[in-house]
Design a protein around this ligand. Structure first.
Ligand code: GUN
Ligand code: ZN
Length: 658
């Protein structure tokens, strides 16, 4: 019913299947008023819409027509339709003239594609007692709805809405309880007041604490979110659907939506975008128009902007540049900047979902970039690496750093530590933004070369790095000495000293391969893989390592795009022999053993367990429950997704061991 095609952080491009067709996600469902609708939203790009079943139910004529002709004919839309249940009316008027069961029954009767139970939207910042009491009702009704749907064998898909106000443990609890029900979609409710009052930071807390307690295989809908300014942020947090009446409500009020905020027509001298409306008319033209015509044109612009943003977001997910987009969008408003900083507190959660490497380079856009998965991951890996006695920290130069370092190190280092240098016992690292320290041996791996950031050019940015590097201090005290030297001398002089005083960094292919293997598969993998008569074949064009053999037997290939090692049959065997269970492993059940041996891809439902450090694009070993090596391949998902998903491919097998 929901298939994930591409991922970036918690964001995903997916396909939602309904009986009225498939919908690409992330997507926006324009709100259709069952009686007053004036805009043909399909014409402006809507693939799916939402309307209100309760409003139809309450209106005798609409109700009769909906029952006779069905919802799709009633609102004249032949794609998928979601219906809301009257909960919003409940939250505004305190009461509705329909029961939970009745609204479920009615939605199925009028053939909605996705119906909603009668949840209780609890406002933010209420008392705990109120939130708990409301939540109890919401959960009871969600359960009743799912049970009723199953008993009646209803065809419509069902929403179960997450509530819990701004109590994060209640959001978590609600997520856990709703997950047990197995609903078809999980909207996150009662966030409109947060968005209207610019409480985006609290929105991040509410969404992250809901999403992290919901299943990954089910789409999530951020209810009432319709401003394109927040789409990218919400998608990065794992939201797949948006809905809103904003496009028309803002238009009625002469306000134009944009990813930079909202523009009042009365203040506009220029039209804000390049949609057909903005290209064809000037603000004066619009102001001179009759109210209704103007409203329709602004609504059209509002929809254009919203759908354009969603296209951009989906493309960013395919490219792996979603966080760059989020950081850019969040500069539209200080409260959004606060929100993206708050998202930094959930960096470990986002990292679990982020693919190991991406098509696009990592672009540093500001201090918020330091909390991205790539940085978090690198720091974790660095901490696991064995520490040698000495550390030589070099200032950044061209990337990959190792390629541009030449010469011999002289007295300069002594200036910092007054130690003799034992080169075999020395780590060479580059002091880098945003990755902190980059060991020269692994600096070609994604994203350590595939990134760009402004040059460290002055003392203030050194101070900033120093702050960031406090993470490393317990491991590499010398970093501080180096940054102190940089500060004392000034970056220009530091660079000059290093280039004047020859630096010794011996390039050694096997040493480098071992370091990459240790970084990629865990400490010990390098020694396991690269023993025997190692010879290295390089690209004639780029000089980069391509294939590595023991004698004539291929051990690994190096992937050109990200410099990760791709196992051969021999490589898989060597890794399996030396790396302890369950490292790098995906464990499959008995039934799928012959398929794996045969080189067939592994589906999630056959996976019994796996190494929790596996991420999409990792090279993995496929074993049975006795740890017999069956095959090896490339993971398409993160460990947490492999464990949870019941359908779809987990591993694209390279070869079976048969
Ligand atoms: N529309 C906006 N917020 C909500 C909510 O919390 N619940 C429902 N059912 N609809 C909404
Ligand atoms: Zn426009």
């Amino acid at each position: 019913m929901f298939e994930i095609k591409a991922k970036d952080n918690r964001g995903r491009v997916g396909v939602l299947k309904t009986r009225h067709g498939d919908v690409k996600t992330p997507n926006l469902m324009p709100v259709i008023h069952p009686r007053k609708q004036v805009i043909d939203v399909a014409k402006y790009g809507a693939d799916i819409v939402i309307t209100n079943a309760y409003l139809i139910y309450k209106d005798e004529d609409l109700k009769k027509e909906a029952i006779e002709k069905g919802l799709h004919e009633l609102i004249n839309f032949d794609g998928p339709i979601m219906t809301d249940s009257g909960s919003f009316q409940l939250s505004v008027y305190g009461d509705v003239e329909i029961t939970n069961k009745e609204v479920i029954e009615f939605q199925e009767l009028i053939k909605t594609d996705i119906g909603t139970s009668l949840d209780v939207p609890t406002a933010p910042f209420v008392t705990r007692k109120e939130a708990e009491d409301d939540l109890e009702i919401t959960l009871k009704r969600a359960k009743e709805a799912v049970e009723y749907k199953n008993k009646q064998n209803m065809e419509m898909l069902l929403n179960s809405v997450v509530q819990g106000s701004t109590f994060l443990d209640l959001r978590q609890k609600c997520g856990d309880e709703l997950t047990k029900l197995g609903a078809d979609l999980y909207p996150i409710g009662a966030v409109v007041p947060l968005m209207e009052s610019y409480h985006y930071k609290e929105l991040v807390d509410v969404v992250m604490n809901s999403v992290s307690h919901l299943p990954d295989s089910v789409p999530r809908h951020l209810m009432g979110a319709g401003h394109p300014m927040i789409f990218a942020l919400a998608v990065a947090m794992g939201c797949d659907l948006f809905d809103s009446a904003a496009y028309i409500l803002y238009a009625e009020d002469d306000r134009l939506l944009s990813t930079r905020g909202t523009f009042k027509l009365e203040n506009l001298k220029e039209m804000p975008c390049s949609c057909e409306v903005c290209c064809r008319y000037t603000p004066d033209d619009l102001r001179a128009m009759p109210k209704e015509k103007r409203r329709d044109l602004i609504a059209q612009h509002n929809l254009n902007v919203s759908f354009a943003e969603l296209r951009l977001i989906r493309q960013a997910i395919y490219d792996g540049s979603l966080m760059e987009l989020v950081e850019e969008r969040c500069r539209a408003h200080p409260k959004l900047l606060e929100a993206v900083r708050q998202l930094g507190n959930y960096k470990d959660d986002l990292e679990k979902y982020d693919p190991r490497s991406k098509k696009s380079a990592f672009f540093y856009t500001g201090p918020e970039s330091l909390y991205r998965s790539e940085v978090v991951r690198h720091i974790k890996k660095l901490r696991k690496m064995p520490k040698k006695r000495d550390l030589i920290v070099l200032p950044p130069s061209r990337k990959p750093y190792s390629k541009f370092i030449r010469g011999k190190l002289g007295d300069f280092y002594i200036y910092g530590s007054e130690q003799e240098i034992d080169l075999d016992n020395t780590d060479f690292m580059v002091l880098d933004v945003p990755f902190g320290l980059v060991p020269l041996d692994i600096d070609e791996i994604y994203p350590l070369s595939q990134n760009d950031s402004p040059k460290i050019h002055d003392v203030s940015s050194i101070e900033f790095i120093e702050d960031f590097l406090s993470e490393f201090v317990e491991y590499y005290e010398q970093v501080l000495i180096h940054s102190k030297i940089i500060k004392d001398l000034g970056i220009g002089l530091y660079n000059k000293c290093l280039s004047d005083l020859d630096i010794v960094y011996k390039k050694d292919d096997v040493k480098k391969l071992k370091a990459i293997a240790d970084y990629q598969f865990g400490i010990g993998a390098g020694d396991a893989l690269f023993t025997g008569n190692i010879n290295v074949e390089k690209s004639k064009k780029t000089g980069k390592i391509r294939h590595v053999y023991d004698g004539k037997v291929l051990i690994v290939n190096m992937r050109a795009s990200d410099s990760y090692l791709i196992l051969s049959k021999e490589g898989a065997k060597r890794l399996h022999n030396k790396m302890p269970y369950p490292l790098n492993r995906v464990i499959v059940n008995k039934d799928s053993e012959p398929f794996a041996l045969d080189g067939k891809s592994v589906f999630c439902k056959f996976v019994v367990d796996c190494d929790y450090d596996i991420r999409a694009r990792d090279e993995v070993l496929i074993v049975n429950e006795e740890d017999k090596l069956l095959a090896y391949g490339k993971s398409l998902l993160s460990a947490c997704e492999i464990k949870e998903f019941e359908s779809g491919q987990a591993i694209k097998t390279r070869k079976g061991m048969k």
